[in-house]
Ligand binder design. Structure first.
Ligand code: M6R
Length: 605
């Protein structure tokens, strides 16, 4: 999604800004741009193509300057055309880049039009540019502070003004912004990753902060306009570009990285102790009486899977909600509940807002399950369990999902132990199963050639149904999401028992029905559902555990899963669904790692 980079230095900063945009590319965008102060005038280059095209433009036009801002845009207000690409100018004196959405842009726009400002884009951002311009009296920091008081919505901005060389002013509310500290130069970005190679010292700005970058330092004011001291954190974890290696796409690489990612996420300790989640967790976990899980997309499906584990192993009531729904409905808060937010990025606007909403309702205990240790979500929760998936580049989440499942399984076992539902023998047995998971996953990954054969047929379809039961219903949902987001085939998932209540009407020879069939307590029920599809001429594609006795027959295609894995089976069964989506998308020739209209990190509502 949108990305910001800014810098003040005593050298040409354009290459640093372009490199920063390159590092943010994987998040998804549809246009990009850069502006610098060149001989005291703001000059810019913008492109509706890739950052590489922008780079060509800046080289061709010799755009150079020591003070600059840059942006990747994911369109919200106004189409992805050059006029709407950032940086946006106000009267050729001020340039701004903006992530987020300004909700009162129409009202502000009318006032500014009344003052003679002319709008040349369809963006909400242009309102901020003119607003700051209208408030500028020789001090950009003061003008930005005054302007943000009038903004409603979520934003992170970076601004420069022709009369203030070596100055970039930033502000954030609801969207992340981080300051990077250099020697005689300073930086700003929406993600520390953008500044890798330039610095490893960061200040993560807090909600409402406004900052001013100069060559010799950075000053910050809090939401009340008071000078604020923020911790400087050393973050060495942001290495160079991630290599694709022998893989065709990052998604494929990330699917195959799952054994390693899972192994890194499984705690080293010999048991499930609440201290795995934070120092104060042993005290708090004993007191909580329920869980409220909030997440979006794939992370929501990991929460749905966890509900089965939490209620069956830990016997703790668990509610799972889509973050964007929870925040806008009236709910009954329970101060004794543990609110769990799940997110790969830790920056998803809907999940962050849901967390804030839960806290405002009086929920005091919060836990984040997250893949990014420096993210806003981790910083805003009482407890944390970090997944160690490593950087996930593909928009379609794969290793982030399976590592979330591991984290949530560990949470279920920890709560079971605290609540007296886990014997020492069970604990050591589950630990053994977890430790064996990476090896079991490798056997599942070895099914790839068989899945490629199926994907050829799938690539010619326009619809697909996914079925699962119990613990594997969320896995069917995840399989359908994977297929639709990267292959653009319309896919829906149902609990298999629901088939006869409606979706069976869709079943014809043209409709592939993908079924996850573990050898669990619901197997016989699932077999009946399979027969319901066969009787109507449907084509079934079943991933069946080897001991299920589901075999190939007319209209019934079976791939055998290597072994049944009990309660951890969802972690294995989702992998062939990831591979099926991946190879189907490849066969259809889509942009697998950057599917149309989607972004990796969804930082707007
Ligand atoms: O970073 P998050 O886990 O909070 O992201 C949530 C969703 O946007 C994300 O899982 C999305 O659904 C993926 N593209 C699915 O593959």
């Amino acid at each position: 999604m949108c990305g910001i980079v800014g810098a003040v230095a005593q050298r040409n900063i354009v290459p640093v800004l372009i490199e920063g945009l390159r590092r943010l590319e994987y998040r998804g965008y549809d246009s990009c741009g850069v502006a610098v102060l060149a001989n005291g005038e703001p000059r810019r280059a913008r492109s509706v193509a890739r950052v590489a095209d922008l780079d060509d433009q800046v080289r061709d036009t010799r755009l150079a300057g020591a003070t600059g801002i840059a942006h990747t845009r994911w369109a919200t207000h106004g189409a992805p055309v050059t006029d709407n690409a950032h940086p946006i100018f106000s009267r050729d004196t001020l340039a701004i880049v903006h992530n987020g959405i300004i909700e009162n842009y129409e009202t502000l726009g009318e006032v500014l039009r009344g003052k003679g400002y002319e709008f040349v884009s369809q963006t909400d951002t242009e309102v901020i540019a003119h607003l700051i311009h209208s408030l500028y009296r020789g001090d950009l920091f003061a003008a930005v502070r005054e302007a943000v008081q009038q903004l409603h919505g979520a934003y992170a901005i970076a601004v420069l003004h022709k009369d203030q060389p070596h100055t970039v002013v930033g502000a954030r509310q609801g969207s992340p912004l981080v300051v990077g500290l250099g020697d005689g130069e300073n930086f700003l970005a929406s993600d520390a990753l953008a500044l890798a190679g330039s610095t490893d010292r960061f200040i993560f700005l807090e909600e409402g902060d406004v900052c001013e970058l100069k060559l010799d330092g950075v000053r910050i004011a809090d939401r009340d306009g008071q000078p604020a001291q923020r911790d400087v954190r050393q973050v060495a974890a942001y290495g160079g570009a991630v290599e694709l290696g022998p893989y065709r796409h990052f998604m494929q690489k990330e699917i195959f990285e799952q054994p390693r990612a899972i192994s890194d996420t499984i705690p080293q300790a010999d048991g499930f102790d609440p201290s795995l989640f934070g120092e104060a967790a042993p005290k708090v976990f004993g007191k909580i009486d329920s869980l409220l899980i909030l997440a979006c997309g794939t992370s929501y499906y990991s929460g749905l899977t966890a509900k089965y584990w939490l209620e069956s192993i830990a016997k703790i009531p668990t509610q799972v909600e889509i973050a964007s729904e929870y925040r806008y409905r009236d709910s009954v808060p329970n101060p004794n509940a543990l609110v769990v937010v799940i997110s790969q990025s830790g920056e998803t606007a809907d999940t962050l807002a849901a967390l804030k909403h839960a806290q405002s309702l009086g929920h005091q205990h919060t836990l984040s399950v997250c893949n990014v240790g420096t993210s806003a979500m981790v910083r805003q929760t009482e407890f944390t369990f970090l997944t160690h998936a490593g950087r996930e580049i593909g928009v379609a989440s794969t290793k982030a999902f399976t590592t979330q499942l591991v984290a949530l399984f560990v949470l279920a076992l920890t709560l079971a132990k605290v609540r007296g539902h886990l014997s020492a023998a069970q604990e050591s047995n589950y630990l053994k199963q977890l430790r064996h998971l990476p090896a079991a996953l490798n056997s599942v990954l070895a099914l790839e050639p068989q899945i490629i054969a199926w994907s050829e047929e799938f690539s010619r379809k326009e619809n697909a149904l996914f079925l699962g039961r119990g613990l594997h219903y969320p896995i069917a949902l995840e399989g359908a999401l994977k297929l639709k987001e990267i292959s653009y085939i319309h896919a829906e998932a149902y609990p298999a028992g629901e088939l006869k209540h409606g979706p069976l009407a869709l079943v014809t020879e043209a409709m592939p029905v993908v079924t996850v069939a573990p050898n669990d307590a619901l197997l016989e029920k699932l077999k009946s559902n399979i027969q319901e599809v066969r009787a109507r001429g449907g084509q079934l594609y079943v991933f069946a555990d080897s001991d299920t006795r589901i075999v190939n027959a007319e209209g019934l295609h079976v791939i055998r899963m290597p072994e049944h894995y009990g309660l951890l089976s969802p972690i294995l069964h989702v992998v062939p669904l990831q591979l099926l989506a991946y190879h189907t998308a490849c066969a259809r020739g889509t942009d697998v790692d950057k599917p149309r209209n989607l972004a990796k990190s969804v930082t707007v509502e």
